[in-house]
Design a protein around this ligand. Structure first.
Ligand SMILES: C[S@@+](CC[C@H](N)C(=O)[O-])C[C@H]1O[C@@H](n2cnc3c(N)ncnc32)[C@H](O)[C@@H]1O
Length: 221
């Protein structure tokens, strides 16, 4: 199992992706300020893939992490928990005390993609820019279920289908908003202990035949 000290914690903090945004309430005198702030936030959001910090460091509020961990059915003290992206430990520190637990964090030299053990429950907030790779690795090492806090728009039907092909089905979804995270977030738990998703979807791209502008253009040719 891994450990880290205060110096390492400080390094993590220094590496964090910081937003320099001063939030003010709207009043006549500071509408301008608020608009500037909004522009800055949307600029950050739109540049999310181009940002300088490739490790995607977004810290989950501890109280939220505690709530999300409870979505897992910890019915056995021997189940091994893993936080693959620990950072300051919002998830890891709050895993059940009675269970064996482990972590990875690239800033501390523990690369999840090099992790070789099998675990039972994985719970974390993964780096968004490499979500497909993260999921692929998760399927290889997770024996029971995993929950990831991800952007709502990242929960695509393609990803759900791939999870299903790997034997994992959606057990629960908790939708929430985290300050400074892009859009709405969802904590989605995929489990191997069920064989049907507890949400429904299809992969059809629906459209009104002949009634959208692209079809009209095509018909006029
Ligand atoms: C979105 S942050 C979440 C941090 C923490 N789990 C939380 O919820 O507060 C993702 C974390 O993954 C780490 N990370 C990125 N790539 C990694 C890798 N290959 N292996 C382990 N950790 C990685 C980043 O350094 C960052 O701390």
């Amino acid at each position: 199992m891994n450990n880290y000290n205060n110096k390492e914690t400080k390094n993590i903090k220094n590496n964090c992706f910081k937003f320099d945004v001063k939030k003010k309430s709207i009043s006549d005198s500071n509408i301008k300020m608020e608009t500037k702030t909004t522009n800055k936030m949307s600029m950050i959001s739109h540049n999310i893939k181009k940002r300088k910090h490739p490790n995607d460091v977004f810290i989950t509020p501890v109280e939220l992490a505690k709530k999300l961990i409870k979505f897992h059915n910890n019915n056995d003290d021997e189940l091994i928990w893993l936080d693959p992206f620990k950072n300051n430990g919002s998830f890891y520190n709050n895993f059940p005390d009675e269970n064996p637990k482990d972590w990875c964090e690239i800033l501390l030299g523990m690369d999840f993609f090099k992790y070789e053990h099998k675990v039972d429950i994985i719970s974390s907030n993964p780096p968004y820019s490499m979500l497909d790779d993260v999921l692929e690795k998760t399927y290889q090492i997770c024996r029971k279920e995993f929950g990831y806090l991800i952007g709502m728009r990242n929960l695509t039907t393609r990803r759900i289908e791939i999870a299903n092909k790997n034997g994992f089905f959606i057990k629960s979804m908790f939708i929430t908003k985290v300050f400074r995270f892009y859009g709405m977030s969802v904590y989605v738990v995929f489990s191997k202990e069920i064989n049907v998703n507890l949400v429904q979807f299809d992969r059809t791209v629906w459209k009104e035949n002949g009634k959208n502008k692209w079809d009209k253009k095509k018909n006029n040719k």
